[in-house]
Design a protein around this ligand. Structure first.
Ligand code: SF4
Length: 284
C-alpha cells in the first residue's frame, strides 16, 4: 500500500492534493458545495495550487448531461452482468471483454453451477472451463485469467476478492476497467470510471475528450464529474451508446442530449438550436 500524503490549501474553496509516495500520480480533490471534484495528474508537485479542474461552463455541461441521462436511463444505472457476489462479477467481467453482456449471461449460470466457489475455480485447469465459455471470443485466455485470478485470491487474499484497485489489478488479466466495474457494482466503491468502447464513443462525441485512450478518458471524466457519480457515468454512457449513440451510427433525433451535444446532427435540421451554445461548448 503506497504511503499517502495529504496537503490542504485554503483558497476560495478547499483543495486537497493526495500524493502517493513512490507513484508518479497525484489525485487532486476540490470541494465545491455539494460536490467533490477529482483530478488525476502525473505531474502535479507538492505545494502546487494549480490543477486540471473543469471550467464552470464545462462543469455545467457535465451536470446537464448527467441530469438528462439519469432521467432517460434511470433503470440502467447498474451492470447488466448477472452475478450474486463479487467473485461472480469478476468472472463475468473478465468474460465480457470483446463480448456482449447478453452473451456472457448465457454462459455464466452453467459455469457457476459447476464451479460454486473461488477454491473450485482455483483447483481447476483453464481447459476445464473451455466447454462452458467456448461460445465467447478469446475464451482460452479468459479461462486462464479466471483460474489464475482464483489461485491468486486463494493464495494472497485469503479467499476473498480484494476490494481495492491495487489488489484487483494485481490479478491476472484484470485491468482498470474490470477493477472499476467490480469496485463500483460489488463493493459500492467509486475508485475510477470503467471505460468501455461505448464510453469512448460517447465521451468523444460529447466533446469531453478527443482521444481514444481509455486511461486518458477516465482521467478527464473523473475531473469533469463528481466522485459519487463515477459509477453512474459509466453505466449511463454505456446505456446511451447501446441505445442511440452507437459507434457505427448515431440516432440524434431520438437522443435525450440532442439539444446540447456538440456532435448532434439534430441541430442542423432544427429551427431551434436549443441550448447548445448556452452550454458554452464550441463545435469541433
Ligand atoms: S446527440 Fe447524437 S452524437 Fe450526441 S450523444 Fe446523442 S446520439 Fe450521440
Amino acid at each position: 500500500m503506497p504511503e499517502l500524503f495529504l496537503y490542504l490549501f485554503i483558497s476560495t474553496t478547499p483543495i486537497y492534493i493526495l500524493i502517493f509516495k513512490g507513484s508518479k500520480y497525484s489525485i487532486l480533490l476540490k470541494h465545491d458545495g455539494d460536490f467533490i471534484y477529482a483530478s488525476i495528474s502525473g505531474s502535479v508537485k507538492a505545494g502546487s495550487k494549480t490543477g486540471n479542474f473543469p471550467s464552470d461552463s464545462k462543469r455545467a455541461f457535465a451536470r446537464e448531461v448527467l441530469t438528462l441521462l439519469k432521467k432517460r436511463y434511470a433503470n440502467e444505472m447498474h451492470t447488466a452482468l448477472k452475478h450474486s457476489n463479487p467473485w461472480e462479477l469478476l468472472v463475468a467481467t473478465i468474460l465480457s471483454a470483446q463480448s456482449q453482456d447478453s452473451q456472457v449471461n448465457k454462459v455464466t449460470p452453467s459455469l457457476f453451477k459447476r464451479y460454486k466457489t473461488i477454491k473450485s475455480f482455483a483447483d481447476a485447469k483453464p481447459r476445464d472451463l473451455y466447454w462452458y465459455v467456448k461460445s465467447l471470443g478469446l475464451y482460452r485466455s479468459k479461462a486462464k485469467s479466471i483460474v489464475l485470478s482464483a489461485r491468486s485470491i486463494m493464495k494472497r487474499f485469503g479467499g476473498k476478492v480484494p476490494s481495492n484497485m491495487e489488489g484487483l489489478i494485481s490479478l491476472h488479466g484484470v485491468g482498470r476497467k474490470t477493477a472499476n466495474v467490480v469496485l463500483s457494482n460489488a463493493f459500492g466503491i467509486n475508485s475510477g470510471i470503467a471505460i468501455d468502447t461505448h464510453c469512448i464513443t460517447v465521451s468523444n462525441r460529447l466533446g469531453f475528450v478527443h482521444v481514444r485512450d481509455p486511461k486518458k478518458i477516465e482521467a478527464v471524466l473523473m475531473a469533469e464529474f463528481p466522485m459519487r457519480e463515477w459509477g453512474n457515468v459509466s453505466h449511463l454512457f454505456i446505456a446511451l451508446g447501446r441505445d442511440v449513440c452507437r459507434a457505427q451510427a448515431k440516432y440524434c433525433s431520438r437522443c435525450v442530449l440532442k439539444r446540447i451535444c456538440p456532435s448532434s446532427t439534430y441541430r442542423m435540421h432544427s429551427k431551434n438550436p436549443g441550448n447548445f451554445y448556452r452550454a458554452g461548448i464550441s463545435k469541433t
